[in-house]
Design a protein around this ligand. Structure first.
Ligand SMILES: Cc1cc2nc3c(=O)[nH]c(=O)nc-3n(C[C@H](O)[C@H](O)[C@H](O)COP(=O)(O)OP(=O)(O)OC[C@H]3O[C@@H](n4cnc5c(N)ncnc54)[C@H](O)[C@@H]3O)c2cc1C
Length: 514
């Protein structure tokens, strides 16, 4: 069967759907084809433990989307389709082995008091960095919201130069290149304050000693006070339902269970796609791919994928792996640092050195004995996700080996390693094991089974190290969301501005395709 549209989008991740929703809103006819049986990619909510317990299988924190261009353009439409954000007054904290914690609240004065309780000597610098974010925000967010390279980005840098001076711009560049260890050592004395910030680097693949980690950690840590954190009421997939609702009400189509096997190219121009079942969809205007760039050459005809400028995308490096442990609980964890119960995210590093060692072990293929954990407590702010009085826990085990050096597969090692993680948490929240009434784990291999873009269980859609970031994402020659093939555009975590649910690359592509 053949279908025709102005634009075909391959992949119904948040960026593919964002591009489609924005184009459909402009009157373009759009068909989105998705290989999974539901849309959303790395945004999906499901009852994987017990009935009535709604787990965000992957992304939970929707802060990037809330502040992003798609929500700005289509927020009212998304709300009509049931998408609602739930803010958190207490976005994140770190807990430590001595039973203490340090939290960032969506209130600068309250956070300042928390820092003062932990480390009075760091308060002045904390306040200075909080003010610095406010000064830099227009330029940092200006760059993050611009295609790279582009005149828009150059203009933003020029404005930054006029406002901050040459030294100010150099400071900005230093922030973009520094590691979290270098940055936190420069600004703080307390190992707890340093760990609070460095744990955000571990959300990406920025271990404390990797160049480039400071920027994201600075933005998230300081930004937590100004912007808080938001999650989707009832689950993150309500955001996806909203985007699909907008596309379909504007006459577009989102077709699931439809894997693209080949991008059709004629005279050097993308003209459509062929699905695994043999159906074709012709695109008169453009093909937009939300597929991980590493996998793109395999979708192109041999004579094109063998060209060096196309084949180089195969070298796009994944970040490290991630495991998810989803728990249904009969009560919230009894954190020894009892205040941690009020926060949406609890980070367990515990310290900068532990994060550095966990990363090094992982990079060498060893299972880290002290992995960095992000423990999400969505029911603290959104009780609708569990039966009354009950809770769900979202445990992300950050950086894990893509392949385990001792030869075991993740299917073999997964449950035992999840038990190890539960043992670590028991030290911070005694009695957790008795509170568990349901458990489901997703190993790095499971992640890839759900979504081929999560290559070997990399949650990031590609490493974010500097050699693959900014104007170099994903690989030289594929920047600005173009590919070496005419009318074939790319969006998604593997493209600028990188991973997360912001939808910005989808919006950028929609702007280009028009
Ligand atoms: C465990 C986990 C936790 C995370 N937590 C957060 C968080 O809290 N906050 C946050 O901001 N980000 C988080 N992220 C990252 C964020 O979820 C992703 O970066 C983002 O959702 C990726 O979106 P995307 O547009 O790149 O598409 P993807 O989500 O990768 O979706 C792409 C889609 O394309 C489909 N596809 C691929 N190949 C084909 C083909 N040949 N034919 C048809 N369809 C195809 C896939 O099936 C998939 O559905 C998390 C990620 C993971 C894995």
């Amino acid at each position: 069967m053949e279908t025709r549209a102005d634009v075909v989008v391959i992949g119904a991740g948040v960026n593919g759907l964002s591009a489609a929703a924005m184009l459909a809103s402009k009157g373009r006819s759009v068909v989105v084809v998705e290989s999974a049986d539901v849309p959303g990619g790395a945004v999906r909510t499901a009852e994987v433990t017990l009935p009535g317990f709604r787990h965000d299988l992957f992304a939970m924190n929707l802060g990037l989307f809330a502040g992003g261009p798609v929500n700005a353009a289509l927020g009212a439409d998304l709300a009509r389709h049931g998408f609602e954000l739930v803010p958190s007054a207490k976005p994140f904290c770190s807990v430590f082995p001595d039973g203490t914690m340090l939290g960032v609240e969506a209130d600068a004065a309250a956070t300042r008091a928390n820092v003062e309780r932990t480390s009075p000597e760091d308060v002045a610098e904390w306040e200075a960095l909080t003010a610095k974010l406010q000064d830099l925000a227009p330029y940092l967010f200006g760059i993050l919201g611009s295609d790279l390279p582009s005149w828009k980005a150059v203009k933003t840098l020029w404005k930054a130069h006029r406002a901050l001076g040459t030294d100010g711009v150099y400071d900005l560049v230093k922030l973009a290149l520094a590691s979290t260890r270098a940055f936190t050592d420069e600004h703080f004395t307390s190992p707890k304050v340093k760990a609070l910030m460095a744990s955000w680097g571990m959300h990406l693949d920025f271990a404390p000693d990797i160049s480039g980690g400071a920027l994201f950690s600075f933005l998230e840590t300081m930004g937590g006070q100004l912007f808080g954190m938001v999650i989707g009421k009832g689950g993150a997939s309500t955001m996806i339902d909203g985007l699909v609702g907008v596309i379909t009400e504007k006459g577009g189509e989102v077709r699931c269970g439809a894997r693209v096997d080949e991008i059709l190219v004629s005279r050097g121009k993308a003209i459509g796609v062929r699905l695994a079942n043999g159906d074709t969809i012709r695109a008169s205007h453009a093909v937009i791919s939300n597929v991980n760039p590493k996998l793109m050459p395999d979708l192109l005809p041999d004579e094109i994928s063998s060209r060096p400028e196309v084949a180089r995308a195969r070298a796009f490096r994944p970040g490290l792996g991630t495991m998810m442990i989803h728990l249904a609980l009969d009560s919230l964890p009894a954190w020894t640092a009892s205040e941690a119960r009020e926060y949406n995210y609890v980070h367990v590093g515990p310290y900068v050195d532990d994060m550095a060692l966990a990363y090094t072990d992982t990079a060498a293929g060893r299972l880290p004995s002290t992995p960095t954990l992000v423990v999400g407590q969505p029911t603290v702010s959104d009780p609708s996700r569990a039966p009354e009085g009950k809770h769900v826990l979202w445990i992300q085990v950050r950086v894990l080996p893509l392949e385990i050096a001792d030869g075991r597969s993740w299917d073999e090692a997964g449950e035992a390693y999840a038990d190890h993680v539960m043992g670590i948490l028991e030290q911070y929240a005694p009695g957790l094991a008795q509170q568990v009434i349901g458990r489901a784990i997703l190993t790095p291999s499971d992640l890839e089974r759900y979504n081929a873009n999560l290559v070997l269980g990399d949650s990031l859609g590609g490493s974010h190290h500097p050699a693959q970031f900014f104007f170099l994402r994903p690989v030289p020659g594929w920047g600005r969301h173009r590919t070496p093939v005419k009318s074939l555009f790319i969006c998604g975590a593997g493209t600028w501005p990188g991973g997360g649910v912001g939808g910005a690359s989808g919006a950028m592509v929609a702007g280009i395709v028009g």
